[in-house]
Ligand binder design. Structure first.
Ligand code: FAD
Length: 388
């Protein structure tokens, strides 16, 4: 289908929304992005953009921009929590010959996408408070101030608490996983290399990797606990609570935790993947369609994949409705599989004695005798190229 002349409204200038806007604009559509935040960049911290996500940015001509502002990941290293002793090293240089894997600040990636979209002619509109969007099942967006804005297609890329998902699927209550995550950035005083360090302790783990020019470290610390915490990325907590939860973590983990001055706490919830990703002239993508736990670092990568496939499916179909059906058929099973893999991954890092010691020995042996197999188990995620 010729997208030229098609009027498309995208709700949400996050990673999925901006990527979709750019990909659809490149096919000739006239695209407006509506964003509720006052500025589009500042929320979030580090993201791991794995080769499957890089493939989309590459196809959009943005891989060099990404490389310029991020750290190319060299390895993922699993460590014991007390002294930080190495348990398993997954060497990405060897695995990923020709494939690229990056650590990037979310606001830098948003900046790249927003800049490219605007240069291409996408209108990005930051809404006033009174204009809060209420997406419905029709391709008309009702703004809170009574105004409406219509299009041939509305794409809900409105994230975790998507109203577009509710409009298509009804309300479904997510389930608290019994896990919370703290997120912080600290200076890289230890000069740690471009590797994702995963410190595994009983009932908790800490992930740390460098960002930007390497001078900043991104920390994500996950703890199993009964006490509920709000689901969202902007709830502040006292760094002392983080340090108390991770008391006993030694090696570089201790120094990283000590350096935390500001921290956000986030409750981890399990959401079902949306049953329906589209209506006649509406579609959802990214977290709006399949909120994902962070244990495979795939939320943003899936959003990038969705955005590309949505634009391509529309282009390859006879009409909008057929294009949206093709989009869902191409994406839903994959998203479901990745979401499930992420859901079942956390416990592996959280083993308690007496299980943790033998499990770590198995990982060590695997790393020594079958290092390729340890990494290639993720081929189905990383080597999936939706642009091929
Ligand atoms: C701690 C943590 C670590 C993570 N690490 C990784 C990682 O390493 N790798 C990875 O791939 N993913 C990671 N993720 C997940 C990733 O950040 C998300 O999956 C990804 O940002 C989803 O993109 P999106 O475009 O769907 O939503 P978002 O990027 O959240 O964008 C949604 C946008 O919609 C806007 N919006 C919402 N409602 C409205 C409305 N009504 N009107 C207008 N605008 C609206 C929001 O303001 C926002 O800008 C992580 C997430 C967290 C919390």
């Amino acid at each position: 289908m010729e997208l030229k002349g098609l009027k498309i409204i995208v709700i949400g200038a996050g990673i999925g929304g901006l990527t979709a806007a750019l990909a659809l604009r490149r096919q000739g559509a006239s695209v407006t992005v509506l964003e509720q935040a006052e500025a589009i960049s500042e929320v979030g911290a580090g993201l791991q953009i794995t080769p499957n996500g890089v493939a989309v940015l590459q196809a959009l001509g943005l891989a060099d921009d990404l490389a310029w502002c991020s750290q190319r990941a060299r390895a993922v290293v699993l460590r014991g929590h007390r002294r930080g002793t190495e348990v398993l090293r997954l060497d990405l240089d060897e695995y990923a010959a020709g494939l690229r894997y990056y650590f990037v600040h979310r606001s830098d990636l948003i900046g790249i996408l927003a800049g490219a979209a605007r240069r291409e002619g996408v209108q990005v509109r930051l809404l006033q408070k009174a204009e809060r969007v209420e997406p419905g099942p029709q391709p008309v967006v009702h703004l809170g101030n009574g105004a409406q804005c219509g299009g041939d297609l509305v794409v809900g890329a409105d994230g975790l608490h998507s109203k577009a998902r509710v409009a298509l699927n009804g309300e479904r209550n997510p389930a608290f996983t019994g896990q919370v995550a703290w997120r912080a950035t600290v200076p890289n005083h230890l000069n740690l290399p471009p590797e994702a360090q995963v410190f595994m302790g009983p009932g908790r783990h800490l992930v740390a990797y460098p960002l930007r020019d390497g001078s900043l470290m991104n920390l994500v610390a996950v703890q199993e606990r009964r006490a509920w915490a709000e689901e969202g990325w902007n709830f502040k907590d006292d760094p002392a609570n983080l340090r108390a939860a991770f008391a006993g973590f030694g090696g570089s983990a201790a120094a990283l935790l000590e350096a935390v001055e500001e921290v956000l706490l986030w409750g981890l919830f399990r959401h079902p993947v949306a049953a329906s990703w589209h209506g006649e002239n509406t579609a959802i993508l990214g977290d709006a369609a399949h909120p994902t736990l962070p244990f495979m670092a795939q939320g943003a990568n899936l959003a990038l994949e969705d955005a590309w496939v949505l634009a391509r499916s529309l282009q390859e179909s006879a009409g909008v409705k057929a294009g949206l059906a093709l989009y869902q058929s191409r994406r839903r099973d994959r998203a479901e599989k990745v979401v499930q893999a992420a859901s079942s991954n956390a416990w592996k890092y959280h083993l308690r004695a007496p299980l943790s010691w033998p499990a770590h020995q198995v990982l060590k042996l695997g790393g020594r005798f079958a290092p390729d197999r340890m990494v290639s188990q993720f081929d189905w995620i990383y080597r999936h190229d939706v642009t091929a």
